[in-house]
Ligand binder design. Structure first.
Ligand code: NIG
Ligand code: FE
Length: 411
């Protein structure tokens, strides 16, 4: 029996279309139904169409009048660092005084300072803080996140973070796709080669044996992990059955995009410094770029990734927040849409496709979420606006009206 009927949406943004990530001009096709309606049964979408047709089949379902509102799939945030302790207010203030991300890291701030706090926190403390983050994400209209470990950097602390994610899934309605990012930084107590050995011979086997992650990620960057070290980690992870993502070409162009292509990764993330050859390599290997303008903005940089060239090259681009305490303290996909349009010259429609259906494919969930089509999960958002372009246009102001996960209202 139909349990929920959403009627009279000014624009029902379905994103219906081919069952694969969208490229080129397809990024602009949102599959909008004006005065649209949707029927939900058992947490899944049953039918989508013009409101008057849907109305005939309402039966005794609960009716939600979405008149004057945009209804669209929940955002899929394909790159977050959801579980960490504390914040980085001191780094933030130092950056405001003109120091760079790399200088602050060398002077005792940066990732390692969050590692210290995260190691000192109990599983329960981390879970409590992560719940707060999850609720922020939901209230911005995000219903699924990819979440990375990476602030533990010992076997036990990395496993602790991944277990917190597993517990979090049980306690909040946000859907979570876990990624192991042991290679986020080299801990103070070990040399780079010693730590590489720990990641490869101890962490990866434990993470996969306990089925704690679906993806493996590395921070491939000067001062973190170089190309050879990253290749070793990623190829071990691949052999153990994990899919691959990577933080590449963020601060320097080190050939990271090419490495992700060579490894057959699912995504290559950041790419602020990636050149034409890197873009061509991603295209050839069918790797999805995950672009993170929130981190460019929050680091006070003006070098955004070359999104137009990537779209022209036929890449299935994704937008995400990079939610983390250091370089991107925002849970807001609408803010990311604003940055994509104003700083990266993407259209509002392209930005929405990149943060829903394309993002869903990038976390290997393209058949379950990311669009409003029959048999997908009823994960959707009702926004306080009539036209989808308003989401990117009014910035710095929440427009979430309500959020549904598997047919249940959660915000
Ligand atoms: O995606 N680049 C590496 N990792 C994060 C930053 C994490 C941090 O500064 O705590 C990023 O930007
Ligand atoms: Fe990141």
């Amino acid at each position: 029996m139909t349990s929920l009927a959403v009627l009279h949406a000014s624009q029902l943004i379905t994103l219906r279309g081919p069952r694969r990530p969208r490229v080129g001009t397809e990024l602009s096709v949102l599959g909008i139904i004006h005065n649209g309606g949707m029927l939900v049964r058992d947490g899944e979408i049953e039918r989508v169409g013009p409101s008057d047709e849907m109305e005939k089949n309402v039966g005794d379902a609960d009716v939600v009048d979405a008149g004057g509102h945009v209804v669209m799939p929940g955002f899929v945030d394909a790159h977050t660092h959801l579980v960490f302790a504390g914040n980085r207010l001191d780094d933030f203030e130092r950056r405001a005084r003109g120091e760079t991300y790399e200088e602050i890291a060398k002077a005792g701030g940066g990732i390692r300072s969050t590692v210290e706090k995260t190691r000192a926190a109990s599983e329960l403390e981390l879970l409590t803080q992560a719940k707060k983050h999850a609720n922020w994400l939901l209230s911005c209209g995000t219903t699924t996140v990819e979440a990375k470990s990476g602030y533990g950097l010992t076997v036990e602390d990395e496993l602790k973070i991944l277990r917190v994610m597993r517990q979090l899934k049980e306690e909040v309605p946000l859907e979570i796709v876990p990624t192991f990012l042991g290679a986020h930084a080299v801990p103070r107590e070990l040399s780079p080669d010693e730590y590489l050995d720990v990641v490869i011979t101890e962490m990866l086997p434990r993470v996969t044996a306990e089925k704690l992650a679906e993806f493996c990620d590395v921070f491939c960057e000067r001062g973190y992990f170089n190309i050879d070290q990253s290749r070793k980690i990623l190829s071990t992870a691949k052999k153990l059955g994990l899919r691959l993502r990577g933080h590449v070409d963020q601060l320097t162009n080190s050939g990271g995009a090419k490495l992700m292509a060579e490894m057959g990764a699912t995504t290559a993330d950041h790419l602020e410094q990636t050149d034409e050859q890197g873009i061509a390599a991603l295209k050839k290997a069918n790797v999805q770029p995950v672009l993170l303008p929130g981190s460019v903005y929050a680091l006070g940089s003006s070098r955004y990734p070359r999104s137009r060239e990537m779209i022209e090259a036929g890449l299935a681009i994704v937008l995400a927040t990079d939610f983390n305490p250091g370089s991107s303290p925002t849970p807001s996909m609408p803010m990311v849409l604003s940055l994509a349009c104003t700083q990266m010259k993407m259209s509002p429609a392209e930005a929405i496709t990149a943060s829903t259906v394309n993002a869903a494919h990038s976390v290997n969930q393209g058949d379950r979420i990311g669009s409003l089509e029959p048999r997908k999960l009823a994960n959707f958002v009702i926004f306080d606006c009539e036209d989808y372009r308003e989401l990117a246009y009014w910035f710095g102001m929440p427009q979430t009206n309500s959020v549904y996960v598997r047919g249940d209202r959660v915000v």
